[in-house]
Design a protein. Structure first.
Lengths: 649, 250
């Protein structure tokens, strides 16, 4: 099945897709309660996936150690998700079902995800909503006291549960509280401000990690019977993204260097509704929930002249007559309109701006206009739906969106690629399990809105508790100790690397390298990729790496809090990771979802997949910095959906 | 824009700290406060010195990590924002700006402007949750919650745990933080079984962590970036009184 002759076994259970998860649970190995206490599990990351896994595994009796780089597990970046979480409850009686959520997610992912995983996700979605409500998550409600729903991009039913614009925060707080409860009971030992710097393999099984205490600089070793990474995505490879400043690929990439395969890294999601860039001092981009697209209409002027007048301040949005406006999503995709999926909406904005019709001062921005909705529903209704988002926009831009249209532009937001995992969420490295955004498994080439929270919580609350015993049942608990030579060697690698970084004493800041790398990959491996551009990026990245390792300047010492040292380690891995991402984008000679190769499009500019050649997962094996990684393939087999051209017209 | 910064520098928890002066030059008015510090730090790094350490992460006002006291006010004078959402256009060109950490006995300084707020986590761990074993929940619509009650719980649940309320209080009281969690969970039907034990445990942990008593001056409410009302403190006092009486007579 693989280009290298070996087989990536995804361990998909037998039976029709709708029965696979039930069949799995009926037959999967179990560990009896008395034995669970003997097994220890390391969880890296405390967001929705890691936090829910750590709390649930502790409830089941495992000894859990959980690690996060922030000062509290409550600060993981899941907290920033605004819009909502999907659940196939069909409370709205509008025709939703588990199958429909499954189908929408497969289609939204442009037929590049694994059917069995996605169906399981849709099945778990209903349990997640129950669990969160029981924890006290304050989802929006109707006057009768029952839960409210709204529609979201890429769906024609209202299945999204939401908590104003703070759904991620409220779900994470629920999960964090469950985690703190387990910390208090002694089931979870929590390590905050602690960063994983390496993965330790014993007899080719993931059995431990090396970490750095960010406050003291102390390096320590932790052993366990299994390791779970829930460390989020790699969006910050682009420097500017909607991710938190600390989000990084280090844990995943360290695992990669130890042999874990990186799957589909070229699938990156560019979110259509972010506040446009205003200057080169900028440190991050701010997302506005795409729920705004429910009531906001996206447009640019029909003519370049009008757009130029707006950019120069000679005209404003109200000066453009209705007939002179191009509501381009409504025009091109009449059935989905402003709710077209994220990749399509983003690329359409780029097209409009590339044509010279952008409206923000940099030329990279389109209008998101609420004036019709305010006229139809009243300002109070709009305030109730989006008040905090409007407030956030005003704080950042200085403009009042109740009076003038917002300006938005796409920004890197989510990464569908990640470490390869089988159906049990175990990587090709035995014992290493990967959850949430850090794995590649459920979203294919494009993630639909309100699905990230769903996947993180499905993986942590419901999937890993059922699949981890498959691995652990074959293991003898407590056989791994941190005095084993494998830990000595991994710790030496870590301390050598820190020493090397500190001793460069060059002249350029870490950020200057990060920005240089980010601009390059945004330009060559962003919303639109070409063979020529990707080859150029692959030529330039080694030069950035060379300059980094010769000329980076890290002030201070390694024996205390040193945020420049933290960033340097992360940027060093982003540089190496960017190469894998570009290799993947170059290799995938088709357009699908978040991966748009300019050479592969229909005459109307729509993405052109090549199912006969590329219906597979690309899993890349690290072959050394600067070396082309080795491709392994997992062929995707679709039993219950028919591959079709994804149309939202 | 140009500013003079007077910044608290303290190399480690046991070292003595002091105010140092920095010039922030050519700062774009659109820059956020933290981006202004990024620019200053780039200059500091280029000169070979240790940059100003401050906590930050999401930079969109929701993670609760950023924690600066700006001209004496946690998160600065602008209403209802975190430090990361404060923009330099709110200052005047040439201003002198004092930047200090969130100060409280229960928030020891780690370095410069970075403090340790793990006392908040321990308060939540002592009772700030609803116990629900994963998988044992009833259907989400089985218990209707009247919209006004749900909205009240939501207002309290908006707390991001930044600690500005503590830093603003002359007694370094955590009553707004604890009150917000109690108001969130104690007023939902799901939170009733553990209401009394939760309230007693959180208040006792708060006291043991070294937070002071409420001053009734509501500085906490004034600085809260999520505009949590000091009403939650009154509700907490009532819930505590009821729980303490029940405990005493049982």
């Amino acid at each position: 099945m693989s280009s290298n002759g070996d087989t990536l076994d995804s361990k998909i259970p037998a039976g029709p897709v709708a029965d696979k998860w039930t069949n799995f649970k009926d037959k999967a190995k179990l560990i009896n309660p008395a034995n669970k206490r003997k097994f220890s599990v390391i969880v890296v990351g405390s967001g929705l996936a890691g936090g829910s896994a750590a709390a649930t595994l502790s409830e089941l009796g495992y000894q859990v150690k959980c690690f996060c780089y922030q000062d509290s597990p409550r600060r993981a970046h899941s907290i920033a998700a605004q819009g909502g979480i999907n659940g196939a409850k069909n409370y709205q009686n509008d025709g939703d079902s588990v199958h429909r959520l499954f189908y929408d997610t497969i289609k939204g992912g442009d037929f590049r995800s694994r059917e069995a995983n996605v169906h399981r996700l849709a099945e778990c979605s209903v349990n997640i909503i129950d669990q969160c409500v029981a924890q006290g998550v304050p989802f929006a409600r109707e006057y009768g006291g029952l839960l409210a729903n709204r529609s979201f991009g890429g769906a024609q039913v209202s299945r999204t549960f939401y908590a104003r614009g703070q759904t991620g925060q409220q779900l994470l707080i629920g999960c964090y509280q469950a985690l703190e409860k387990e910390i208090d009971s002694g089931g979870v030992e929590m390590f905050t401000r602690t960063e994983m710097l390496d993965l330790v393999l014993v007899n080719d099984h993931a059995k431990g990690i090396i970490v750095r205490d960010l406050k003291t600089g102390e390096i320590s070793r932790h052993a366990a019977d299994a390791v779970i990474l829930a460390t989020g995505g790699y969006g910050n490879v682009f420097y500017l993204s909607t991710n938190a400043m600390g989000c990084n690929v280090m844990a995943s990439f360290r695992a990669c260097k130890r042999g874990a395969y990186m799957a589909n890294p070229c699938y990156t999601q560019i979110h259509p509704t972010c506040i446009p860039v205003s200057g080169d001092y900028q440190s991050k981009l701010t997302l506005m929930s795409e729920s705004l697209r429910n009531d906001g209409r996206i447009w640019v002027p029909k003519t370049k002249e009008d757009a130029a007048a707006i950019r120069e301040g000679k005209k404003t949005a109200v000066d453009i007559a209705e007939d002179d406006r191009d509501y381009y999503l409504e025009r091109k995709y009449p059935s989905f309109g402003n709710l077209a999926p994220r990749d399509i909406s983003s690329r359409s904005a780029k097209e409009a701006c590339d044509e010279g019709r952008g409206v923000s001062t940099t030329g990279l921005g389109v209008f998101l206009d609420f004036s019709d909705a305010i006229e139809r529903l009243g300002e109070d209704t709009i305030r109730a739906r989006y008040g905090n988002l409007f407030q956030m926009y005003e704080k950042i831009s200085g403009e009042n969106p109740y009076q003038v249209p917002m300006k938005i532009y796409p920004a890197v937001h989510y990464t569908m690629g990640g470490l390869w995992v089988d159906y049990n969420l175990m990587s090709n490295l035995k014992g290493l399990h990967v959850l949430g955004e850090a794995n590649f498994s459920d979203h294919g080439a494009n993630r639909l809105g309100a699905s990230a929270l769903m996947q993180g919580l499905a993986d942590g609350y419901f999937v890993i508790p059922a699949t981890l015993p498959v691995y652990l049942a074959e293991e003898t608990p407590g056989t791994i100790t941190t005095d084993m030579p494998e830990f000595d060697a991994a710790e030496k690698d870590v301390t050598d690397r820190i020493e090397k970084l500190m001793n460069i004493k060059g002249s350029r800041s870490v950020d200057s390298f990060h920005r240089e790398l980010g601009l390059l990959v945004w330009d060559k491996c962003g919303m639109e990729r070409t063979e020529e551009g990707l080859k150029e990026a692959l030529e330039k990245i080694p030069a950035i790496r060379k300059a980094f390792w010769e000329d980076v300047r890290i002030p201070g010492t390694a024996d205390g809090l040193n945020m420049e040292l933290e960033k340097a380690g992360r940027v060093a891995d982003f540089i190496d990771f960017a190469e894998v991402m570009c290799h993947d984008a170059l290799d995938r000679e088709e357009s699908c979802g978040g991966h748009f190769r300019a050479e592969h499009q229909f005459d109307d500019g729509e993405a052109k997949r090549h199912d006969d050649e590329f219906t597979y997962v690309s899993a890349w094996e690290h072959a050394g910095a600067g070396e082309k990684p080795i491709l392994h393939k997992e062929m995707l087999e679709f039993e219950s959906v028919e591959l079709s051209v994804r149309s939202y017209k | 824009m140009n500013f003079t910064l007077k910044v608290w520098r303290q190399p480690n928890p046991s070292a003595e700290g002091k105010i140092e002066v920095y010039e922030a030059k050519d700062i774009p008015s659109e820059a956020s406060f933290l981006e202004m510090l990024d620019i200053v730090n780039t200059d500091i790094i280029d000169s070979g010195s240790d940059p100003i350490h401050f906590d930050h992460d999401c930079r969109e006002g929701i993670c609760g990590m950023c924690s600066l006291t700006i001209n004496g006010v946690p998160h600065g004078k602008e209403n209802a924002v975190t430090t990361c959402q404060l923009h330099m256009r709110k200052f005047r060109d040439g201003d002198t700006i004092f930047i200090e950490p969130f100060r409280a006995m229960a928030f020891p300084i780690v370095k410069d402007l970075v403090v340790d707020r793990s006392s908040f986590d321990r308060i939540i761990a002592s009772g700030g949750y609803i116990s629900v074993r994963t998988g044992s929940a009833v259907d989400a619509n089985a218990i209707p919650i009247a919209k006004p009650d749900a909205d009240d719980a939501f207002d309290a649940a908006a707390c991001i745990g930044c600690g500005a309320c503590v830093a603003a209080c002359k007694n370094a009281s955590a009553m707004l933080f604890v009150g917000a969690k109690a108001a969130h969970l104690n007023h939902l039907p799901q939170g009733q079984p553990e209401k009394d034990s939760r309230t007693l445990a959180m208040v006792r942990t708060m006291d043991a962590e070294g937070f002071g008593n409420c001053t009734n001056q509501y500085e906490c409410e004034a600085v809260c970036p999520k505009t949590i009302s000091a009403d939650v403190i009154a509700k907490l006092n009532r819930d505590y009184a009821v729980a303490a009486v029940k405990e005493a007579v049982s």
